[in-house]
Design a protein. Sequence first.
Length: 272
Amino acid sequence: MGLAAPGVVSARAGAVEPLRANLKHSVARWTFQRYSVAELCRIVRRIGFSAIDLVGPEDWPALKAHGVFSSMCNGAEMGLEKGFAATQFHDELVERYTRHIDLVADAGYRNLICFSGNRNGMDPGEGLANAEAGLKRILGHAEKRGVVLVMELLNSKVDHPDYLCDRSAWGVELCKRIGSGNFGLLYDIYHMQIMEGDIIATIRKNHPFFVHYHTAGVPGRHEIGEGQELNYPAICRAIRQTGFDGYLAQEFIPEAPDPVASLRDAIRLCDA
């Protein structure tokens, strides 16, 4: 299954049967950049779901035109390395996020991604206190506008050296300190498998703090099928059993010749 021509999905791309929709599905925009936003919208609708992750304001009109939801908004961040754990970035981050919270709310969306940034020699406890202070400067505005600030857990071992929010315990402690339903964690299964493993037990223990999930295969960050070490059907059943009502987004980098088939297969695998 693939594209027969730019923007045209072949007949095999259609969902053979409706998805069970046990989870709400999405796909990360950046991992399918070979397609335009409009093409990706048509692909996801044909497969049988209707959300795309990590999309900024410039692409929201295309999503709306195709009836596709922005399940995780971006565009306010200063990158992955400059985040709320470093006080020197707070003023600019507060300005950027205050403006972006309004954009997200006005567009009818809810989730807005944020990052801790790098350690740069900082003690994790200091970074925790700094992140708490910086996020609380915008939290009231997020609560007022109904926007959820979502900090992503990333691995610092392979992909993002020195990133601070690289353990679920650090992120959970930050959630407890902030104490608001308008702040939570993006539990990236790929990243946390690399850093700490114990995925299902961690989800069961900490699921109230996990408001969004990402997938990818380990090792390599490619397709999530049998060629990698994570049991995604079991993981998705565990997520479902917690009563999770947010989105699980595919964030693997397609390696197979037919990336649309890979996406279709991943969605069905997680629709357990």
